[in-house]
Ligand binder design. Structure first.
Ligand code: AMO
Length: 438
């Protein structure tokens, strides 16, 4: 249909006939002539309409879809607006064909500085994405996704896809969505935890999955969704949880280096300056509690850090070590699931960690307990009878290597990387306790 995209036009194609197609950003008819700003995924170009075309298109509505044929001309230097990506040239239209007229009024304001609130924008997300900022966010997210896959492939992990319809999970019963399943009750997978362990034990040794995770959490926060994209990996033959953290550190060095390189324009428009971590500092929960105590916040021994505590620690680490990331180690046993390993010397903690990025937890990981007797006893302590989960129990019976892994949230990574302030900005169609449409 088209010979060029709007964003491809520059002085080098000046004098050429082109065919463009896209959405009408604005149309301005003044006196006998007109100007139409045409937008496609790559950018915006100004189209000049002579008297005949200006008259014919005086009722053209913004957001209509048009096909423009015309000649590329260099614009006079004094007319070139710096902020316009293709500002150096314009197209003198020979014809404008309206492929589809948009209705008016538009339900949301499609402008860079939109006054439409987030909820309404999400109701009309397909229109919201027509804003450059939103296209930029999802271009970066797409790159985060593909770079994540590239990283795990490069590191020799094998991609797995595991069921999302399950009998039950291992995270926490309260967080499962139960659905009818041919006379039985199924749960939507709240994590691929069981399966990623299963396929390490199977002999695949190193596995990863990017998949949908469901959590029936009635949380109305800026960082919780009921459906999100999990980045899970699991690896066998580890010495301890630090081997797993090494992979996480390598991943973020690779990811941020790649995003800085391939999304330069998007990051510039979004006003984001990314820092590639060198090493990620590690802080035990014991140290974190002491730091927070000095800052006036008391966190009891058996408690997790809340969102506020994470932010305070992140701020402290940023000031002291200039790092956007921090690993938090040794989470209390009371707050962690039964499958986390506990160190021999201190059964009150676990060989687990969280990764905090710009003040928000984006990953949880641990060395898993692979000795069946210990695992069964740990499950019992948490009130879970492993004999009721035979397919999980079995994976520890026939040769199970020491192993560990991590669950990261792709939506949270995107949100924190781009500093969007709300996880809903980082996902096309968020699901939360109030939102099930569109
Ligand atoms: P956890 O429950 O901490 O760990 O989840 C791992 C990561 O997933 C993301 N996340 C969420 N993102 C959006 N909305 C939510 N409601 C939400 N809940 C979690 C976060 C979090 O760090 N099986 C373990 C992981 C493991 O040990 O391998 C687990 O699921 O980024």
């Amino acid at each position: 249909m088209r010979t060029h995209h709007c964003g491809d036009l520059n002085a080098s194609v000046s004098g050429k006939e082109v065919v463009l197609a896209g959405w009408v950003d604005t149309v301005r008819i003044s006196g006998k002539i007109g100007f139409l700003l045409l937008r496609d995924r790559s950018g915006i170009v100004q189209v000049f309409l002579d008297k005949k075309l200006a008259e014919a298109n005086q009722y053209l509505k913004p957001q209509s879809v048009v096909l423009v044929k015309g000649l590329v001309n260099k614009r006079p230097e004094n007319q070139v607006k710096k902020e316009m990506k293709t500002g150096a040239v314009e197209v003198a239209a020979a014809s404008v064909e309206v492929l589809n007229m948009a209705e008016t009024p538009l339900p949301i304001e499609i402008a860079e500085e939109t006054t439409t609130g987030l909820d309404k924008r999400l109701d009309y997300r397909f229109l919201d994405v027509r804003r450059q900022r939103v296209t930029d966010i999802f271009t970066v997210r797409s790159k985060i996704y593909s770079t994540t896959v590239a990283f795990f492939e490069k590191e020799g992990f094998i991609n797995i896809q595991t069921p999302k319809l399950t009998a039950s999970g291992v995270e926490s019963g309260a967080e499962e969505f139960k659905i009818p399943y041919f006379g039985k009750t199924a749960s939507l997978a709240q994590s691929p935890q069981i399966y990623k362990q299963m396929f390490v034990v199977s002999g695949l040794e190193k596995v990863y999955e990017l998949g949908t995770v469901f959590r029936a959490e009635k949380s109305h926060t800026t960082r919780h969704l009921t459906e999100f994209t999990g980045v899970d990996f699991e690896m066998g033959f580890i010495r301890d949880e630090h081997d797993v953290m090494t992979i996480v550190e390598k991943y973020f060095v690779y990811l941020i280096t790649e995003i800085k390189k391939s999304c330069r324009e998007e990051l510039a428009r979004l006003g984001v300056d990314l820092h590639v971590p060198k090493t990620i500092p590690k802080l035990s929960m014991h140290e974190a509690r002491n730091i927070l105590k000095k800052l006036g916040k008391i966190v009891p021994e058996n408690e997790d850090l809340d969102a506020d505590g994470e932010k305070m620690i992140a701020h402290y680490i940023k000031e002291k070590l200039q790092s956007d990331f921090v690993f938090m180690l040794d989470y209390p046993w009371e707050k962690r699931p039964f499958y986390h390993m506990r160190p021999e010397k201190d059964k009150k903690v676990t060989k687990s960690f969280d990764l905090v990025y710009n003040g928000v937890e984006i990953a949880t990981g641990a060395q898993r307990e692979h000795r069946l007797q210990v695992l069964e006893a740990q499950a019992m302590e948490k009130g879970i009878d492993l004999t009721l989960m035979p397919f999980y129990r079995d994976i520890f019976r026939y040769g199970c290597p020491p192993h560990g892994g991590v669950g990261l949230g792709l939506d949270r990574i995107t949100e924190q990387m781009l500093q969007l302030g709300n996880i809903r900005e980082a996902i096309l169609l968020p699901r939360d306790p109030e939102r099930l449409t569109p």
